[in-house]
Ligand binder design. Sequence first.
Ligand code: SAM
Length: 351
Amino acid sequence: MGPRLDNYAEAALRPLYKAHYRFQFLSAAFRAGLFTLLAAEPGLSRTEIAKRLGLDEQPTRVLLLGCTVAGLVSKDGNGYFNTAVSEALAGDPTDLPGAFVPFEQHLTYRAMGWFYESLKANTNIGLRRELPGEASTLYGRLAGHPQLETTFHHMMGSVSRSVATDLARKLDLSECRHLLDVGGGTAVNATALARRWPHLEITILDLPTVVEAARERISAAGLGDRVRAIGLDVFHDELPRTGDCLIFAHFLEIWSIERNRLLLGKAARALDPGSRIFILTPGQDDDETGPELAAYLSAYFQTIASGEGMVYTAGEYEQWLAEVGFEPAGRFWVGGLSDVLITGVKRENGS
Ligand SMILES: C[S@@+](CC[C@H](N)C(=O)[O-])C[C@H]1O[C@@H](n2cnc3c(N)ncnc32)[C@H](O)[C@@H]1O
């Protein structure tokens, strides 16, 4: 019984303690261009692949062995082929799912090695050890690393694009005249919402280094007359009182419970009674058992992004909304990952 149990446990644990190898097979093959090559020319031999990728033959053999056991390529005779999984990585590298690979490789991989220390210190030791800079959050430090900032926004933009279409379809903004998009990033949501609702004005509020990229997208979309971006720090500045509705998209999960209460309080002060507030966020199940993505993101916020946030339950957001003067007005799922949209309406007496 003993040895069988040991074997069972070893086999079950191995994908966990060897997970970093699997990621490096994936990342190295992606960076080398293996999947794009095999999409264009399926069935190439190891020698041909080595020549095309500019690698020596033996390292190519190491890479192909790793990719084969990881299910990223299949071998038939002497020829190598993409699998259904890796074929998805042969497209635009700034789009999903490929955009996750450079993000995980360059932004999170080494830093997540400080997870335990980050739990113990209850702050983002991973960021502090791996990304030079003074700012306490990833977003602030990225300003000093333009290439990494681009990698981050490719990933974030591609995640947002995957939910923005569904968001624009499901979010009813017919009653809204001017939407404040707090932490609106590079305007992916704003451009989708502005196209869907031609009467709507939108003001994006984000860090000064990010609003430049937002303005480029707005102008490329020809929406400069209705969508604008203002650079500010939401923790240092009050929110403008120009909107009659407000959205926090992929933003509040970054911060602690205390700071979320503070931000929601700021939102309440910026809006008149009857105004709507929307929170778009990855959701944790109300019974706190998942989903998987909520666990990954929570560890990322703790170790890298902010050292204080996590994926909260929709019920927690509804409680905080009620505390600062909003009446919770429903929730629904958006997109194909685990995003939930929570709505509140500012109460007449604001309390
Ligand atoms: C996870 S991204 C979400 C972007 C966008 N809302 C979306 O759904 O794609 C978080 C955004 O918050 C911005 N941000 C972080 N800290 C901020 C602060 N203190 N003030 C304003 N924006 C901030 C970041 O620059 C980034 O664009």
